[in-house]
Design a protein around this ligand. Structure first.
Ligand SMILES: [Zn+2]
Length: 362
């Protein structure tokens, strides 16, 4: 008897849950992945090998490659040459964001030289400028102080980007996990990264600026430059709390975020409160850009990198579009996918990239 009751109530509960959805809402299927036009707005193409961009094309992906002043990458001037060469080979498939050197910020000619470099980048077609955590977490000026993102010496650079109607992309600070010991980090990808990059693991460097110092400096820069279009890379380093991210997006209307290498944090939060994550995506559907942080260089065989990228893109597509229980290598527990409506997916995967990087290809 009890058994019948149990099986009898399940379809009823299921129907109750479903009737909160509009029956006219349209959804993509997993198979639609192969045909829907998509955009990955955070990759790093550091190779002249055309294989990855051709694979992206076959997967219906267009790409935004970000130049980064990272010590493990080739110099930013060479990165720019590589991305421009690839862009010219693959017209309409690839766009790029330039970057600049922070060293010599004390040099009286630094501002003029930096603006000139960016002017040349914009002539070459750069759609924006990327800044990295060397600002705030690595570089110290001649006085021995960290140069933070709200440093007044940087203001003319932000003004120049805004005057040229380009976008600033900021990887500023790190996930909050970076300030925790390895065994307390919430997702495996952070654990792996900081284990292999102890120089950026802030738990080991308590004398460096704090997590909050990084967030405050970013907010202060945005408050000083309300007209500057800003995309906070990696969920704006507010990946640990969609509530905090929502407050920041409300406060700075000219800010959007990309999801690069932080989708595991979104998945992690669905385990605690799936509805909240779903609602966040509906509410901020115009402010979030699909992106991965895929790096394509010559450090590993192209076939291997392409296979990894394809698996990652497909797993993410399943997470955002389908309605199922899933697993991901970054998380110990399984989680429920987001099943977002078609129109939201189209924004995350395409039209938001066009909106926030208007100089990019469409
Ligand atoms: Zn990146």
């Amino acid at each position: 008897m009890r058994k019948y009751l149990y099986f009898g109530i399940l379809p009823f509960l299921f129907a109750m849950q479903n009737c909160t959805n509009n029956p006219n809402t349209e959804y993509y299927s997993i198979d639609d992945y192969a045909t829907v036009e998509k955009y990955d707005s955070h990759v790093h193409i550091n190779s002249l090998n055309p294989a990855f961009i051709e694979f992206a094309k076959a997967s219906k992906f267009k790409l935004l490659s970000l130049n980064v002043a990272a010590p493990e990458y080739r110099p930013i001037e060479e990165q720019q040459d590589v991305t421009v060469a690839q862009r010219n080979l693959h017209e309409g498939l690839l766009s790029y964001a330039s970057s600049f050197h922070i060293e010599n910020i004390d040099d009286p000619l630094w501002q003029k030289n930096t603006i000139e470099y960016l002017r040349q980048s914009f002539k070459k077609g750069a759609t924006g400028v990327k800044v990295w955590k060397n600002i705030g977490m690595e570089y110290k000026d001649s006085a021995g102080d960290f140069v933070m993102i709200d440093d007044p010496r940087l203001d003319p650079i932000w003004d120049f980007i805004e005057a040229n109607n380009k976008t600033l992309v900021g990887h500023l600070g790190e996930p909050k996990n970076c300030w925790l010991p390895l065994d307390q980090m919430t997702v495996a990808n952070d654990k792996e990264y900081f284990e292999s990059h102890p120089e950026y693991h802030m738990f080991l460097h308590p004398e460096f600026p704090s997590y909050q110092n990084q967030i405050d400096a970013r907010d202060n820069m945005l408050a000083k430059h309300p007209g500057l279009r800003f995309v906070g890379a990696h969920l704006g380093s507010l990946e640990w709390s969609l509530d905090e991210l929502a407050k920041t997006l409300d406060k700075y209307p000219n800010m959007a975020v990309d999801m690069a290498e932080r989708i595991s944090h979104i998945q992690y939060q669905t385990i605690q409160n799936h509805q909240k994550v779903h609602d966040f995506f509906l509410k901020y559907q115009d402010r979030i850009l699909y992106s991965t942080d895929i790096v394509f260089d010559d450090s590993a065989p192209a076939d291997y990198l392409i296979e990894q990228a394809g698996a990652l893109w497909k797993r993410h597509w399943a997470f955002f579009t389908s309605d199922q229980t899933m697993e991901a290598p970054e998380l110990k527990e399984s989680f429920q996918s987001l099943h977002l409506p078609k129109e939201v997916i189209d924004k995350l995967y395409h039209s938001n990239a066009k909106k926030w990087f208007p100089a990019a290809i469409n």
